[in-house]
Design a protein around this ligand. Structure first.
Ligand code: MET
Ligand SMILES: [Zn+2]
Length: 764
């Protein structure tokens, strides 16, 4: 009798015949993981209870995926459920202690939280956007001395846990090329550490194989991006080495690229892996010979129902050329769980939507259709929804379109900066190195409770307004006591800096439960931009005017910019983003005109997501920067020369888009800089940036209060690079996620540091 090995059996069968997904939201259908994390950090639950809650959440998701039709026996279900961040999971798995903590990183959860959140004098790892998404990962810190080992078994443990629950899943790990491409090192190009890192993947692979794993998913999205300091060939070589190390351990490797067009980037790796998962929504199918493709025909990042007919046709074309399985274009991490939870959305809009669970069902339906069992009803429903959406009222609004079509030629152009600066100096009379904050003050439990009660109808409009006005008053008084120069109203009326605008614009809808992880325990609830955008009436003016009535200092108006509104919403996919951005810009221009009419002298238009939407591919960047900068200028172009326009940027390395920042033509730009030790100052100085700039002097993502010396040092770096008349002093970002104690302590130090720096500048 001949026996065939498991490996040969697998090789003969089609892979994932029931379809697969590349990842699933991890925060929990009711944000169970968020609650567990925060309860544990507060000390309400201990480590054992935290682990139990995290595990229960993972198992509930596995159960759900089975119910939705993914197979539990053939590695179709990805096993990836980080506590905080999947890049941090790789950092811990491979024992990567930042050089500053070498030998001193505590074991277990304590080490994990130290890297994620910092503690006392230990700053956390820097945080930045994962590719072109609004998810933030923790940037690994490496140097030439960094070593790697298989140091933590979490990836294996979760595979075993799933197995006990009856799921033979597919463990997921960030690949070595992506890990290194997204790392930071002071004295070496991280990719040069690959030879040391790859063997640790081999050791992980052996442990997984010993635990019974058959497949592993290696996430290498870096392969489709362009980087300044790493060549594509280097990334490919390292990804190959990683795959080979895992294969040598006896595992089959699914190389997941996703996130854009893989054609031309992955063909050379086809022989090194057992299957390739690629994004077919945004790209073409690479020629991979006999290596199976997991065809990402269901969009992993938007919320629209898939055109199942079109997707099936695409799948059949690919199937004619080689083996194929149905998949999503990326992990579903970036979409909410379930449309069915949205009972307050207009039913018509709801019928056009697919969140993670609906997308899993689409994958399952397509996989069945591909193997001959077509679910007529599912296909007919999808067809009807797609057609209904195209023809629905509001999707196209004639007056919005006419206004955009007849913009005057100077719509995006203000007076010269010299003239503006002179008029603004006269109007504002600010001291050198003026101090300010970025807009929001802590959103206290009281504010959140009042908002929830108002939403439930337990608190009427006037009661709610009273609570908010009391908060504005308190924030203005506090800022006066602290001695800040340009004040803010604190944004207590805003649940979220994008959703609040979406709620006041036509063409948008807000969800109730559509949470998407932003970082760690934080999630946002992106609104859905489904139609043409316009603004019926002013909605920020009353708050700013009220705040201004309480003080003789100048209060900034506070708006969210067009690119950020798009980036943090789920946007329509039926017209170019540039057009949608200009519609939003016009609505904002209307609001700025109303603010000016109410006497507001400074208006800040936040664009923290400017860098985030930057295309991963170099060739697509100029067009993006052109329309995104153009939309900002359309929003602000009508402001009088004496009105000072501020903008605020955060979250990412902006060094690569300094030209665009300049192109925004804002009078003052505040920018995140503390975690990266003012790196951006150098880039701006080199560029000869000639308008106001406020590099953040402390990081607001952690509760840490900055030290006096630390602030002095950062300010010294800033004054060295930025002319005195242009420098502003502010935190990195808004304060809404912070508590009042740490905020007061930090801002007291900020103002004191600015005064010391002012003296040094004036005296020196
Ligand atoms: C993520 S950028 C935040 C800017 C906003 N004005 C705030 O202070 O919260
Ligand atoms: Zn910010």
């Amino acid at each position: 009798m001949t026996t065939i090995s498991t490996r040969e059996q697998h090789a003969a069968a089609p892979i994932f015949p029931g379809g697969t997904i590349l990842g699933y939201p991890r925060i929990g259908r009711r944000r169970e993981l968020k609650r567990a994390l925060e309860a544990h950090w507060r000390g309400t639950i201990d480590a054992a209870d935290f682990h139990a809650a995290a595990s229960a959440n993972r198992l509930a998701d596995l159960e759900r995926l089975r119910e939705l039709g993914l197979r539990a026996d053939d590695a179709s279900i990805p096993i990836e459920a980080a506590h905080y961040d999947h890049v941090l999971d790789a950092t811990l798995t491979f024992g990567v202690a930042p050089p500053r903590l070498r030998g001193g990183l505590p074991e277990g959860l304590a080490g994990e939280w130290l890297l994620a959140r910092g503690h006392d004098d230990t700053a956390p790892l820097e945080m930045t956007k994962w590719l072109d998404t609004n998810y933030h990962y923790l940037v690994p810190e490496l140097d030439a001395e960094t070593t790697f080992s298989f140091a933590d078994t979490r990836i294996v443990d979760r595979f075993v846990e799933a197995g006990r629950a009856g799921v033979h899943g597919r463990p997921v790990v960030v690949g070595p090329a992506t890990y290194l491409a997204l790392s930071k090192a002071a004295d070496i190009r991280p990719i040069e550490l690959a030879e040391r890192l790859v063997p640790a993947y081999g050791a992980l692979g052996e442990a997984l194989a010993a635990a019974g794993a058959t497949w592993v998913q290696l996430d290498e999205p870096a392969l489709i991006a362009d980087f300044d300091h790493v060549e594509l060939a280097e990334l490919q070589a390292v990804a190959r080495a990683g795959a080979e190390a895992l294969r040598a351990a006896g595992l089959r490797v699914l190389l997941h690229v996703g996130h854009g067009d893989a054609a031309g980037r992955v063909e050379s790796l086809a022989d090194a892996v057992d299957a390739l998962a690629i994004d077919l929504v945004r790209g073409g199918a690479p020629a991979t010979g006999s290596t199976p493709l997991v065809a990402g025909v269901v969009h992993g990042r938007n919320v629209w129902r898939t055109d199942l007919d079109g997707a099936l046709e695409r799948l059949r074309e690919i199937a004619a050329r080689g083996p194929v399985a149905v998949g999503t274009s990326t992990s579903l991490l970036h979409v909410p769980h379930d449309v069915a939870a949205e009972q307050s959305l207009a039913p018509r809009l709801r019928s056009w939507l697919a969140f993670a669970d609906q997308k899993v069902a689409e994958v399952v339906a397509l996989a069945a259709a591909l193997t001959g069992s077509l679910d007529e009803q599912a296909f007919a429903d999808a067809r009807a929804a797609v057609a209904d959406r195209a023809a629905a009222p509001g999707v196209r609004d004639g007056s919005v379109r006419a206004r955009l079509a007849s913009l005057p030629s100077e719509a995006r152009q203000r007076a010269t900066y010299d003239e503006r600066a002179r008029l603004q100096r006269e109007a504002l009379e600010l001291p050198p190195l003026p101090t300010t904050t970025i807009g929001s003050f802590p959103q206290t439990g009281d504010i959140r409770t009042a908002r929830a009660r108002h939403a439930r109808g337990e608190l009427d409009d006037s009661g709610y307004t009273q609570v908010l006005r009391a908060e504005v008053r308190r924030v203005i008084e506090l800022q006066e006591q602290l001695g800040l120069d340009v004040l803010v109203h604190g944004e207590p009326e805003r649940n979220d800096m994008v959703q609040y605008f979406a709620e006041h614009f036509d063409g948008f809808a807000a969800t109730e439960h559509g949470w998407v992880q932003s970082y760690g325990s934080r999630a946002t609830r992106p609104s859905i931009l489904w139609g043409d955008v316009s603004r019926a009436a002013a909605f920020t003016v009353e708050w700013i005017a009220y705040a201004q009535s309480l003080t003789s200092k100048v209060v900034k108006g506070m708006l969210t910019g067009p690119v950020t509104i798009l980036a943090w919403s789920f946007v329509r996919d039926d017209q170019p983003l540039a057009e949608t951005a200009d519609q939003v810009a016009l609505a904002l221009a209307d609001e700025i005109a109303d603010l000016e009419a109410a006497g507001v002298r400074i208006v800040q238009v936040d664009e923290p997501a400017l860098r985030e939407l930057l295309p991963l591919r170099r060739e697509a960047r100029p067009a993006y920067l052109d329309w995104s900068v153009g939309a900002f200028r359309l929003a602000t172009g009508g402001a009088a020369p004496a009105t000072q326009i501020h903008t605020h940027l955060c979250y990412s390395e902006f060094n690569t888009v300094v030209d665009a920042i300049d192109g925004l033509d804002a009078d003052v730009t505040s920018i995140e800089a503390a975690r990266s030790k003012m790196e951006v100052v150098e880039a701006l100085a080199a560029h000869g940036f000639g308008r106001g700039i406020g590099p953040g002097v402390y990081d607001i993502h952690s509760p840490r209060v900055p030290g006096h010396d630390e602030l002095d040092e950062l300010l010294a770096t800033a004054t060295a690079g930025i002319p005195e008349g242009l420098l502003w002093v502010n935190p990195d970002c808004g304060l809404k996620t912070r508590g009042y104690d740490e905020t007061v302590a930090s801002l007291t130090r900020l103002v004191a540091a600015a005064r010391r720096a002012r003296e040094a500048v004036v005296v020196g």
